[in-house]
Ligand binder design. Structure first.
Ligand code: GAL
Length: 440
C-alpha cells in the first residue's frame, strides 16, 4: 500500500476516536463549559503536495480567515522546496485551541504525535517539555543562526531547562480594540481610550441602537481574553506582571475592581455570547451590527481575508486603558519526540524560521514577524504600527495565549471567566481565581 494511503487508513479511525474522546472528556477541556459543547471538528487532511513517498503532519487550530491563509502560505513554500513530501494539514477548529489542545494531549499520551504542532512560546511550552514530548532545538537554532535574528524576549520564552524547544513564527498583540469606522462617525463619537470613556461611548451607542461591544464565547477564550486587557488597564503594566510573579497579588482589591468593570462591560455586549465565536464577533463589527470588539490581532488577519482595509472600514487602537503597553504572545512550532517524519519536520522548521517563510505568513496572519530582519515593506499600515508599538511600548505577557502562566493556571483561569461570562457573579469569580492562583 502507498505510504500516504496506509497512513490515512490509520489516521481516520484514530481521529474519529480522538474526537469521540474529546467530546466525551469535556470536563478536562481547558475552559470548557460542560453541557453545550460540540465535538471538535477535524478538517479533512488537505494540502497534499505532489504525490511522493514522504509526508509531514502539521497540527494546528488555524482554520479561520487570515490564520488559514497564513498557514497555507508557509505550506506553499514548503511544497516548492519539497515537492515529494505531502503535507497533512491536521487542523482542529476552535479559536485559541481549546479543542485542538484536547485532541493533541490524547494523541501524545497515546504515542501518536503529529510531526510538529502549534504551541505558544512561554509557559505553555513547559508541560510538553516536562512530559518529554518534544525534541530540543538548541543545535538547530545555532546552525540556522536564529539566535542572532530573534528578540531576546522570545529566546528567553522558548528556553527551558537549558534548551530551546520551539520556533516562533510571529508576535501577536492581545490588547487591541477593533471598531467600525462608519458607526463611530455616524454617531459623532471617538473611539474610547480609557475605561471611563468606554462606558460613556457605550451608553451613547446603545441609545443609538448599536450593540456597543461584540464578544464571542463559543471558542471558550473570548471573555478570558477580554479580562486580561481589563486587568492590565486596572493594574497597570508593572502590577499586572506581578500577578504571575507573586500570587498574593491576586488579593489586590484592584483585581475585584477589574471583575466589576468586566461585568459592567458585558452589560453592553451581545447576549448570545456563548453561541458565537471570536470571528463572528469581528464580523458583527465589520457589518456595523456592533461597534467594537477587543481581540488579538488575528482579527486583523480575519478582516484582511474579507477584503477590507484598516483605517477605512475598520479602525484599531489599544484596548481601553491599555495604551502604552503591548500585551504580547507568540505562536511557535516544535518538533515531536519520536516524530514519524523527523527529516520532514526539520525541513518544516527551516521554512517557518526563514525570512521568506515569516514574510509570507505574517502579513496574512495579522501578526508581526518573530525575526527582526523581516522585509518591512511587506507589512501593511496596521502591522507597521504594531512593529513600532512592539519596539517602543512596555511589554506584558498574555495569560490566555500561553505566555504568562502554565497550562494548569490558564485552564483554571479560563474556566472561571467562562462561567462568569454567563453568570456575572463577581464573588464566584474571585473565589475561582483564588483557586486558580494556587497553580502558579
Ligand atoms: C491564539 C493564537 C493565534 C490565533 C488565536 C485564535 O491562541 O495564538 O494565532 O490563532 O488563538 O485562534
Amino acid at each position: 500500500m502507498h505510504k500516504y494511503q496506509r497512513w490515512t487508513a490509520v489516521f481516520t479511525p484514530f481521529v474519529l476516536l480522538m474526537l469521540l474522546l474529546a467530546a466525551c472528556g469535556q470536563a478536562s477541556t481547558p475552559a470548557a463549559p460542560a453541557a453545550e459543547e460540540e465535538a471538535p471538528a477535524a478538517e479533512a487532511p488537505a494540502e497534499e503536495a505532489a504525490a511522493g513517498d514522504a509526508q509531514l503532519e502539521i497540527f494546528s487550530w488555524w482554520t479561520d480567515g487570515g490564520e488559514a491563509d497564513g498557514l497555507a502560505a508557509m505550506y506553499e513554500i514548503f511544497n516548492e522546496q519539497h515537492p515529494d513530501t505531502a503535507i497533512v494539514n491536521a487542523t482542529i477548529a476552535g479559536g485559541a485551541g481549546a479543542n485542538a489542545k484536547t485532541v493533541l494531549k490524547t494523541r501524545l499520551q497515546g504515542g501518536e504525535p503529529p510531526d510538529s504542532w502549534q504551541v505558544h512560546a512561554g509557559k505553555e511550552l513547559t508541560a510538553f517539555v516536562d512530559a518529554e514530548q518534544m525534541e530540543p532545538l538548541t543545535t538547530f537554532f545555532a546552525e540556522e543562526g536564529l539566535n542572532d535574528v530573534m528578540p531576546e524576549l522570545l529566546l528567553e520564552q522558548i528556553t527551558y531547562n537549558g534548551e530551546i524547544w520551539s520556533v516562533p513564527v510571529n508576535i501577536h498583540r492581545s490588547n487591541v480594540m477593533w471598531y467600525n469606522v462608519a458607526v463611530f462617525e455616524e454617531n459623532g463619537l471617538e473611539p474610547p481610550t480609557t475605561i471611563e470613556e468606554f462606558f460613556t461611548v457605550a451608553e451613547q451607542l446603545q441609545a443609538a441602537g448599536v450593540t456597543p461591544l461584540a464578544v464571542g464565547g463559543s471558542d471558550k477564550f473570548e471573555t478570558p481574553h477580554l479580562f486580561e486587557s481589563v486587568l492590565l488597564a486596572t493594574l497597570g503594566q508593572e502590577d499586572y506582571v506581578m500577578l504571575f510573579e507573586d500570587p498574593a497579588m491576586w488579593d489586590d482589591p484592584r483585581v475585584a475592581e477589574a471583575a466589576t468593570t468586566l461585568a459592567q462591560m458585558l452589560e453592553y455586549a451581545n447576549d448570545d455570547r456563548s453561541a458565537i465565536g471570536w470571528a463572528d464577533a469581528a464580523q458583527r463589527v465589520l457589518d456595523g451590527d456592533a461597534a467594537m470588539t477587543v481581540m488579538g490581532d488575528w482579527a486583523h488577519g480575519f478582516f484582511l481575508s474579507k477584503g477590507v482595509t484598516p483605517g477605512v472600514e475598520y479602525g484599531y487602537a489599544a484596548a481601553p486603558g491599555t495604551d502604552g503597553v503591548f500585551l504580547w504572545l507568540s505562536d511557535s512550532f516544535g518538533m515531536a519526540r519520536n516524530a514519524p517524519n523527523p527529516d520532514a519536520a526539520m525541513a518544516w522548521l527551516r521554512v517557518i524560521s526563514s525570512r521568506e517563510g515569516q514574510d509570507a505568513f505574517n502579513p496574512r496572519k495579522g501578526s508581526i514577524p518573530a525575526r527582526t530582519d523581516a522585509d518591512k515593506s511587506l507589512y501593511d499600515e496596521y502591522l507597521t504600527y504594531s512593529i513600532d508599538q512592539f519596539a517602543t511600548q512596555q511589554l506584558a505577557p498574555s495569560i490566555v495565549h500561553g505566555a504568562a502562566a502554565n497550562e494548569a493556571f490558564m485552564s483554571a483561569y479560563g474556566n472561571a471567566l467562562n462561567v462568569f461570562a454567563s453568570d456575572l457573579d463577581i464573588e464566584g469569580l474571585m473565589l475561582s481565581l483564588e483557586d486558580a492562583r494556587a497553580e502558579l
